[in-house]
Design a protein around this ligand. Structure first.
Ligand code: KE4
Length: 427
């Protein structure tokens, strides 16, 4: 009997998995059509249940900076497997991972492993509240920090009003402890601290918001947030789950020199396995159980298989220093796409930082969530499907970011530039 194709698999999935997917963005609802199923991933490519091969710019949403199924990561995982899958006690690889993160990330003096980016940010939020004894949190519209009750919050009616749930199931009373502000406007942050003096535990942000497309901070913005948190004795949390180890070994905080008090990490540090971490100033981290009053725990935290895969992923970055080459690949695609849009007379912004980029069909540069959501998403959808037909897989949403890996070859890039350009010309 022939192996099931994507459509067969999706029909079966719909019967026993909500929406047929284990994470909503995979359902293609933002671009239309049915998702394909992947049966194998290798290098820069996904191999689908329909016998197609796709050059992958999702890179499993960030972790696959070394491409898929990298032999070094695979080997380290095979070795670790021979020693068992989970111990439930401290193990040597957890110490090696912690020491590596402390070495690589400027803000991290101590770190705790968890199993997802969501766990990392929810733990960081609780820790900031426990450390300061304050309840309110500031986040920014368009920033996504995982499905944390306190962070799945949209802006209230006015800029400085209290947040409203962005999902069913979140108590309004909890939502009201979150203030949602527009990104790239430090004056509103100062006003919030003036209005809620002494009540704000932390600011949390993606330093380069990449879950709304890709938005880059204005030059002094991150430095201003750092100053405000220092003055107000609030905790500055960088959610570098996506940008960590992707933009530079030490993430945005290394690239900009702005050091947060806590950092949430994930994706690349798991080498493709489920991992998250949060770390920062020892003075704050020591508030965590078993030493301190803030409880946080996890059955599989520091899992030896995930540590082995994550360590080989991080060691590859430190040995090979791929960042300049990755940035050159990003610039090559951005230049080709901008040229195609200009010759077509289409308004297109292509923010790109290192191996991250996105396409906003918009007249003006995108500075915040309102700008991003006013871009012409219909044009993105057409480009997405045209590219998919030609074997190029972009993220299935105009509000995600493309990722490039070390395994995207010159041929891959040339094909990608050609397909993207012709898709834009066809609009
Ligand atoms: P996870 O819980 O999905 O491991 O991480 C949550 C998270 C936290 N912080 C940032 C900056 C993130 O980008 C994420 C997760 N990113 C999405 C991609 N937009 C994961 C993909 C998905 O939800 O399926």
């Amino acid at each position: 009997m022939a192996a099931p194709n994507s459509s067969d698999l999706f029909k079966k999935a719909l019967r026993c998995i909500p929406g047929g997917v284990n994470s909503p963005v995979r359902a293609f609802r933002s671009v239309g059509g049915e998702p394909f199923f992947t049966v194998k991933a290798d290098g820069s490519r996904l191999y689908t249940a329909d016998n197609n091969s796709l050059i992958d710019y999702v890179c499993t949403w960030g972790p696959a900076i070394h491409g898929h199924n990298h032999p070094v990561i695979r080997e380290s995982l095979a070795l670790a497997l021979q020693r068992g899958t989970s111990f439930g006690t401290p193990g040597p690889l957890e110490v090696e991972m912690a020491e590596t993160l402390v070495e690589m990330v400027p803000s991290v003096e101590k770190v705790r492993m968890v199993n997802s980016g969501t766990e990392a940010t929810l733990s960081a939020i609780r820790l900031a509240r426990g450390f300061t004894g304050r309840n309110k949190i500031i986040k920014f519209a368009g920033c996504y920090h995982g499905h944390v009750d306190s962070l799945l919050i949209s802006a209230g009616s006015g800029a400085l009003t209290l947040g409203q749930p962005d999902s069913a199931g979140i108590p309004p009373a909890l939502a009201a402890e979150t203030i949602v502000l527009p990104f790239n406007d430090a004056s509103l942050v100062r006003e919030a601290f003036a209005k809620y003096a002494g009540e704000i535990a932390a600011i949390i942000l993606e330093p380069y918001p990449a879950n709304v497309g890709l938005i880059l901070p204005e030059v002094e913005y991150l430095r201003e947030l750092r100053e405000i948190c220092t003055q107000q004795k609030a905790v500055l949390i960088f959610d570098e789950v996506m940008t960590g180890f992707r933009i530079a070994p030490g993430g945005v905080q290394e690239e900009t020199g702005v050091t947060p008090d806590l950092t949430a990490m994930g994706k690349i540090i798991g080498g493709g396995l489920p991992v998250g971490a949060f770390g920062g100033k020892a003075e704050i981290m020591d508030y965590l159980a078993p030493d301190g009053p803030v409880y946080q725990a996890g059955t599989l935290s520091g899992n030896p298989l995930a540590m082995a895969a994550g360590l080989s992923s991080l060691n590859l970055l430190r040995e090979n220093d791929p960042y300049q080459a990755l940035a050159a690949k990003g610039a090559q695609i951005a230049a080709a796409v901008k040229e195609a849009a200009e010759s077509k007379g289409l308004p297109l912004q292509v923010p790109q930082r290192g191996s991250m980029f996105c396409l906003y069909f918009s007249e003006n540069p995108v500075r915040n969530y309102a700008d991003a959501t006013s871009s012409q998403t219909g044009l993105f959808k057409k480009v997405f499907h045209q590219c998919l037909q030609e074997g190029i897989y972009l993220p299935p949403s105009p509000f995600e970011t493309c990722f490039i890996s070390t395994e995207h070859s010159e041929e891959d890039l040339e094909k990608t530039c050609q397909v993207l350009s012709s898709a834009i010309h066809a609009l």
